[in-house]
Design a binder for this molecule. Structure first.
Ligand SMILES: [Zn+2]
Ligand SMILES: [Zn+2]
Length: 440
């Protein structure tokens, strides 16, 4: 009994679906017919005793009791004798009374001993199930998962970004107003604006069309003397006051965002300032991608007044050495279709760069940045579906490298610009503090 008991217990561990599936397919058609009936949800009655059946066991629909009885009897090679006439009617209540007639009934309804697994087969089956479970557990453990703490960091960054980035751009009306000058390509723009009613901004339509093809764009904005950035005609930087206010405002927002990055406030005030000073322009370029439109290659911040094209930025003293790679950067970043989670992580990683000039505790900055990078990689693995996730992390890191070159070019042009007092006086104290003041 104990031997059967143990194999019975073993058998109980085997899931039901396997129970049916593992038993050899019946050579006789009755099994398949019965299986079809089973599928059609016929009343599940034990063919031996009339009790509630649990499924097909050894080729017949039976209850658990009769299933066990048949297996035990077969394994024991039991020979039963009916104490009555040999034709006992087996019911749920009397099925224990006559083993001989119960077994005869089993065979009559098609139960076959060939369907019983041997001990070795049971053992093999158990090992297979164990192995499968282990494999599943391993697969599950190898699957990258965002830890609760990592999830929390992402939520804090999203919150920080939402508090510091207003997608309605309603504050822009408080800046000194933008003044757009008629550029020397006015010949075409004038005619096209006349032909396009509703466009009161004379250079809007022509610029939008010229930006769609790069050669036109470059030639139309080509400076007469491109030997040096100093060659910019600084005499009419009409957009400088507005864009200086916009940049100053953006620096404030970047500072606000940085302060909410988990770990940033653990740095010394000196290191916080060093990081912000060198990363501010990069983060401004990164966050401005949210307003950048691939359709007209402009930064669209609400109304037409606050729609910025390359020509607007040249009217603030920057030239194509900066603007051409900047627009290319915006296009390729836009095409990565980053999730907001990835966007905010990238900005945080950009700020927490240990190799910025003047940083003292590089180890601490590096550990915070490593942590953020880890979260970004895990996020991409878990949440960014293919094909967008392909090489996404290295592509994002490449964007950080691009930003370094843009930063360098910006510094160069800013130095030239701020060299003249009539221009630096248009800047704000915050801009002068962060980007440097050549006069003082
Ligand atoms: Zn039964
Ligand atoms: Zn009997």
């Amino acid at each position: 009994m104990s031997e059967f008991q143990s194999s019975w217990e073993l058998y109980q561990q085997i899931p039901n679906d396997l129970d049916v599936e593992m038993e050899p397919m019946a050579p006789c058609p009755s099994f398949t017919d019965a299986a079809n009936d089973f599928d059609r949800n016929i009343p599940r009655i034990c063919g031996v005793c009339g009790d509630k059946a649990t499924g097909f066991h050894f080729n017949a629909m039976t209850c658990e009791g009769c299933k066990g009885f048949f297996r035990r009897s077969m394994k024991r090679k039991a020979m039963f004798t009916c104490p009555f006439n040999g034709d006992c009617k087996i019911t749920k209540d009397n099925r224990r009374h006559c083993q001989a007639c119960r077994l005869k009934r089993c065979i009559d309804i098609g139960m076959m001993k060939e369907f019983i697994l041997t001990d070795e087969e049971v053992q093999r089956k158990r090992e297979m199930i164990m192995k499968r479970k282990e494999e599943e557990a391993l697969k599950e453990s190898l699957k990258p998962k965002l830890l609760e703490e990592q999830q929390k960091v992402i939520e804090m960054l999203l919150e920080a970004h939402r508090k510091t980035y207003d997608p309605t751009y309603s504050d822009f009306t408080q800046f000194r107003p933008p003044v757009r000058q008629e550029s020397d390509k006015g010949r075409t723009s004038r005619s096209s604006s006349i032909m396009t009613p509703g466009f009161s901004f004379s250079d809007d339509s022509s610029d939008a069309s010229s930006f769609s093809s790069e050669p036109t764009m470059l030639s139309s904005l080509e400076l007469s003397d491109d030997s040096a950035s100093m060659s910019i005609d600084f005499s009419h930087l009409s957009m400088l006051p507005h864009l200086a206010d916009l940049v100053s405002y953006s620096i404030q927002k970047v500072i606000g965002f940085a302060k909410m990055i988990p770990g940033f406030r653990n740095l010394t005030a000196e290191d916080q300032i060093a990081l912000l000073k060198s990363s501010a322009i990069e983060v401004i370029m990164l966050r401005s991608n949210q307003s950048f439109s691939l359709e007209d290659m402009s930064w669209t911040c609400g109304s037409n007044d606050f729609k910025y094209k390359i020509s607007d930025v040249t009217q603030a003293g920057h030239n194509l050495d900066l603007l051409e790679p900047l627009v290319k950067f915006q296009i390729s970043l836009k095409k990565l279709n980053l999730h907001e989670e990835e966007h905010v992580l990238l900005m945080a990683i950009c700020i927490l760069s240990p190799d910025r000039p003047g940083v003292q505790d590089t180890a601490l900055v590096e550990s915070i940045q490593d942590h953020l990078s880890q979260i970004l990689q895990t996020y991409i693995l878990c949440r960014h579906p293919p094909p967008g996730n392909r090489l996404l992390y290295p592509k994002m890191i490449q964007k950080l490298a691009d930003l370094r070159s843009l930063n360098e070019e910006h510094s160069k042009q800013y130095r030239c610009l701020s060299f003249l007092p009539e221009h630096s006086m248009q800047l704000t104290p915050l801009v002068l503090e962060v980007f440097g003041n050549e006069i003082s």
